[in-house]
Design a protein around this ligand. Structure first.
Ligand code: FEO
Ligand code: CA
Ligand code: CA
Ligand code: CA
Length: 617
């Protein structure tokens, strides 16, 4: 049961210690099952093959790589907080890939090998297609079995969205000159979604997948022998001028669906090449998990940036729909979207996200804040300043936010809205490049290695308001330089670094997940924090306890419970990123190796309380 609102939710488990061990640890009285590792067929049939043994086509019908944001949709398709707690569609993102787990000839590659070798400027097309098919989103039906374990169950709604799936461009950028390509001369479609990091779910029960570090998948060779001078819609987002992240554009068969990742221009006509392909990435993509015939739709009114995730304020009948999204890059911004049309539960759908106002946040030193509109024709966002229309404002969202003077943050990651009091929380994971001269009250530390959690309350508790009041809920890090709001303190049972995933359960427990980068884990100033972990916090008192620690090399990202809050799903992404094939042969990591392959794979943890109780109590 819940305590009085003034004290916040019950947190009843005994905290687990910091861990450097290659395993998952949960509190006494809890159990963990490992489910749906990469390569699990959506059919419910046994895999029979490891991902390295699969064909590209088989990977395209199986769980993808690098599990991230995730939501559980009860099978009846009603409101996410009602309905079955034993049977549903689990929808999860696949952020990127690790070649060592995907290709037989790559298994011996060294730690940190991010891409397969290129031979004579070519990559093997089947390997490229397999990597494309391991990206995107999985929609998979899962159900609790008689023995209490969860398993994949066959369902016609189970499907994969990949980096090649035909997708609509919706909202103000649909048809704009900046998204016209050889594939879609009228600028209405694009193939696929990339680098799907965190997620969101709408008040009308659809899933949103968010495109984060998409820029690196492309490359522009126009200026290769000169000082790079890319178009602003590429330059402001960091499109490479040398190699792309995986060199997909160099697939040996030269097919159009691979060449599109080279966004060089070939002449006057943009519909004869793929210079605009990259402008169709950086968006939030809506997927209807219950309608397998529905094409995903990029909702361009929500802006183009390195979207981490998106979180909605509770929808109120007759009021606008409001959602928050962070741009996870150093010195980037937090944004809010307010729909033009009001929410009506009976008729609400994704079109609500196609008309509205996008704002960027300004955090003032006195604890007040302002939402600055990114609207063509308002303030500096005029044709005279280079923004010819709202499409140009949205394709260049970062430049628009620069122009209005939003506050440059320490890498905004996930957001969460407290269901009890409506306060909005955002993780700011770290920013080691902030100098003393760039410190401000919302981003208070230079060379910020440990991150913080900011929160705010909208004026009059109206999420559509243009003013708010903010404070810092947590300054993360070692005991001597960290602080929690309320009367709690940082200690061995709750210290953390690099907060990333963030989610409120229905009782207002705040779940915090960490992502210490794999090159920094168990090293230097980050060593005392051990492997990445998940904690549970009381937003009122600041009480916080460590709930879970993960294996070596991974990050913990993605969390949701069933409606009854008695089963929790948590993702383990890139386990083994810091371990070698010799470590794997020795049994590391010991949490997520399906099929006896011995190769560490991202997977989903199913966590239950042995007494059947609510998770966290
Ligand atoms: Fe993919 Fe910002 O985490
Ligand atoms: Ca993240
Ligand atoms: Ca992160
Ligand atoms: Ca990640």
């Amino acid at each position: 049961g819940a305590q009085a609102a003034s004290q916040g939710p019950v947190i009843g488990f005994k905290p687990v210690p910091i861990s450097a061990n290659d395993t998952v640890v949960v509190p006494e009285g809890y159990s963990v099952q490992v489910m749906i590792p990469q390569g699990t067929p959506l059919s419910g049939q046994p895999a029979g093959k490891t991902p390295a043994e699969m064909t590209a086509a088989e990977q395209g019908m199986a769980i993808g790589a690098h599990h991230d944001g995730m939501h559980f949709f009860p099978i009846e398709g009603r409101h996410p907080e009602q309905g079955s707690s034993t049977d549903g569609l689990l929808v999860l993102n696949h952020e990127y890939i690790e070649p060592r787990t995907m290709h037989a000839r790559a298994k011996g590659m060294s730690i940190g090998s991010g891409r397969m070798p290129v031979t004579d400027d070519r990559r093997e097309a089947e390997e490229v297609q397999k990597e494309i098919n391991a990206h995107g989103v999985s929609i998979v039906r899962v159900a609790r079995q008689a023995d209490g374990k969860w398993a994949v169950v066959a369902d016609p709604r189970s499907r994969r969205i990949t980096a090649a799936t035909p997708t609509e461009i919706a909202g103000p950028v649909r048809g704009h000159a900046l998204v016209r390509t050889k594939y879609s001369p009228d600028g209405t479609r694009v193939r696929g979604t990339l680098n799907n990091c965190a997620h969101g779910y709408t008040p009308w029960n659809t899933y949103l997948t968010c495109e984060e570090n998409w820029a690196g998948y492309f490359r522009n060779l126009d200026q290769q022998d000169q000082k790079p001078n890319l178009p602003r819609e590429q330059a402001r987002y960091g499109v490479p001028t040398g190699q792309g992240r995986y060199n997909w554009d160099q697939a040996a068969n030269g097919a159009d669906e691979f060449i599109r990742f080279n966004v060089s221009s070939t002449g006057a006509d943009a519909t004869q090449d793929y210079r605009n392909e990259v402008n169709a990435f950086g968006w939030i993509v809506e997927i209807d998990p219950f309608n397998p015939g529905a094409m995903p739709a990029k909702r361009t009114a929500l802006g183009r940036f390195a979207h981490e995730g998106i979180v909605f304020a509770p929808a109120r009948e007759g009021q606008p729909v409001v959602a928050y999204s962070g741009d996870d890059s150093r010195f980037e911004y937090i944004y809010k979207f307010v729909s033009a049309r009001p929410f009506n539960r009976a008729t609400a759908n994704g079109a609500l996200l196609d008309e509205g106002t996008l704002y960027a946040a300004k955090f003032n030193a006195d604890g007040s804040g302002e939402w600055l509109p990114l609207v063509h024709g308002q303030g500096p966002l005029t044709a005279a300043n280079g923004f010819a229309d709202q499409g140009e404002v949205l394709v260049n969202t970062r430049l628009a936010a620069d122009a209005v003077g939003a506050t440059k943050m320490d890498r905004p990651e996930w957001g969460a809205v407290d269901p009890r009091d409506g306060r909005v929380y955002f993780t700011l994971t770290n920013n080691t490049r902030r100098t003393e001269a760039q410190v401000d009250p919302a981003n208070p530390r230079a060379r910020n290695q440990f991150g913080q959690i900011i929160r705010w309350r909208e004026a009059n508790d109206d999420h559509a308001a243009t003013r708010f009041a903010w404070d810092l809920f947590l300054i993360a890090g070692p005991e001597d330089s960290s602080r929690i709001a309320g009367n709690a303190s940082v200690n061995a049972d709750n210290m953390l670094a690099c907060p990333d995933g963030l989610w409120f359960d229905a009782d207002s427990r705040l779940w915090i997940q960490t992502d210490i980068g794999e090159s920094e884990q168990l090293k230097g100033d980050l060593a005392p924090f051990g492997n990445n972990q998940m904690l549970c916090a009381n937003p009122i008192t600041g009480e916080m306890r460590r709930f879970l620690t993960g294996p070596n090399g991974q990050e913990i990202t993605g969390v949701v419970t069933t409606p009854d809050r008695r089963t929790m799903f948590v993702n383990v992404q890139h386990p083994g990123a810091t371990t070698s094939p010799a470590d794997w042969a020795a049994g590391k990591p010991n949490t997520s190796f399906p099929n006896g392959s011995g190769v560490p794979l991202s997977a989903t943890l199913v966590i239950t309380k042995n007494d059947g109780g609510i998770i966290g109590t």
